[in-house]
Design a protein around this ligand. Structure first.
Ligand SMILES: Cc1ncc(COP(=O)(O)O)c(C=O)c1O
Length: 399
């Protein structure tokens, strides 16, 4: 395939488009249509499996986005969905059946954790959660009926790193599928397929779209898996709207430059925070103090735009700091051009019981930053100012 020879920055702009095409529109048109006309009923039958039949089955604008993402991930094909949750729930329902078992990391996005622990059991599918970087636990959790290993790296919100080489090899050894939620990683900073991971999913709402203006999800994999997932998506009906696909395609064109800038800004902020007296702990994969620094360096080309940190104080202090920020907007979500701040126990992990959260290292002092593309000095100044909201430690006077 022609596009395979290009680097990610080029693929993000040109997608899987035929670069030799002449006289066509440079921007992908929006096929804002629910259905497609056919000349006769034989053609109707042939069209069913194409993107010129009915938009719940497929749509040319969606195809353009899907092919661009497949090229970026180095996979055969990709599918778009109405949300990241739509991508993951549909994929799991497509590939698993009652009686099957999943092994999943403990610290993953709260919505996925909830689906695995509260919804899939209703369909007879069980999940064993394991400590994210304890690979012996993964191995021990695999049973004869295990069908899939669900991973997330870097993790939300503590930015732990999972070793793709080790986990993909483990999955292959046990003949089970491996799936990575690569939302935080982006196809610019990491390529799980190169390590043998079978399925890569994204909340496209985040970095892929990049402008905080749409909700979407994506899964990339080899053809036969995508075919199965496609069949389930057409039944569940959570396809992406073509207009949202067009916005996604537009966002993808600047993915590489946005992510490069976010990598730089986030690293600068992580370094600043790690030296700040009112900060207890900083989570960032490209800080040398990060417990999986070596793995992060080996499988990522940039540390990403997400940083999380614990304030030296109480949960109240963390709330005050997040509210004192002026440039970092208090909002859930991440991956857009503008910097955002959130408190995970109140947002992404609000639906996780407190005891489980504690095991994940998601404390009430934890603040999550999604670093945007603004000027790094401005962002650092905003944090410096906001950290003044942490109450000074109480001095114990003996007398
Ligand atoms: C890592 C991760 N995966 C999946 C999702 C779900 O994506 P969406 O909100 O697009 O459904 C999110 C949302 O925050 C996320 O952070």
């Amino acid at each position: 395939m022609k596009h395979r020879s290009h680097q990610p920055e080029t693929k993000a702009v040109h997608g899987a488009a035929d670069l030799d095409k002449k006289n066509g529109p440079l921007a992908t048109p929006i096929y804002q249509t629910s259905t497609f006309e056919v000349s006769d009923n034989d053609e109707q039958l042939r069209a069913t499996h194409t993107d010129h039949f009915y938009t719940r089955y497929g749509n040319p604008t969606n195809t353009a986005a899907e092919q661009t993402i497949a090229a970026l991930e180095g996979m055969d094909a990709a599918l778009t969905f109405s949300s990241g949750m739509g991508a993951i729930t549909t994929t799991l329902m497509a590939l698993l059946k009652s009686g099957d078992h999943i092994v999943a990391q403990r610290d993953i996005y709260g919505g996925v954790s909830k689906f695995l622990s509260q919804w899939l059991p209703k369909m007879g599918i069980e999940t064993t959660f394991v400590d994210t970087t304890d690979y012996e636990q993964y191995e021990q959790a695999i049973r004869p009926n295990t069908k899939l290993l669900h991973l997330e790296s870097p993790t939300n919100p503590t930015l732990r790193i999972v070793d793709f080489k080790k986990t993909a090899a483990l999955a292959k050894q046990h003949r089970i599928l491996s799936m990575v939620d690569s939302t935080f990683g982006t196809p610019i900073n990491q390529h799980p397929a190169e390590f043998g991971i079978d399925l890569i999913m994204h909340s496209g709402t985040k970095y892929l779209a990049g402008h905080t203006d749409l909700i979407c999800g994506v899964v990339a994999a080899r053809h036969e898996l995508i075919e199965q997932i496609w069949g389930t998506r057409t039944t569940l009906g959570n396809c992406m709207d073509p207009h949202a696909s067009w916005l996604l395609l537009r966002g993808l064109k600047t993915l590489a430059v946005r992510v490069e800038r976010q990598n730089e800004n986030a690293r600068r902020i992580a370094e600043f925070l790690s030296e700040h007296a009112k900060v207890r702990k900083v989570h960032y994969p490209f800080l040398e103090s990060h417990p999986q620094y070596a793995v992060a360096r080996a499988q990522m080309s940039g540390g990403g735009g997400m940083v999380s940190f614990e304030v030296e104080g109480t949960g109240e202090d963390a709330r005050r700091v997040s509210e004192a920020m002026r440039l970092f907007t208090l909002a859930p979500s991440l991956g857009g051009v503008e910097s955002l701040v959130s408190i995970p126990i109140l947002t992404s992990h609000a639906m996780i019981p407190a005891a489980e959260r504690a095991k994940m290292g998601v404390t009430e002092q934890l603040i999550r930053l999604s670093v945007g593309i603004e000027n790094a000095d401005d962002l650092v100044n905003d944090l410096e100012h906001a950290l003044q909201a942490v109450a000074a430690p109480q001095r114990v006077t003996v007398g």
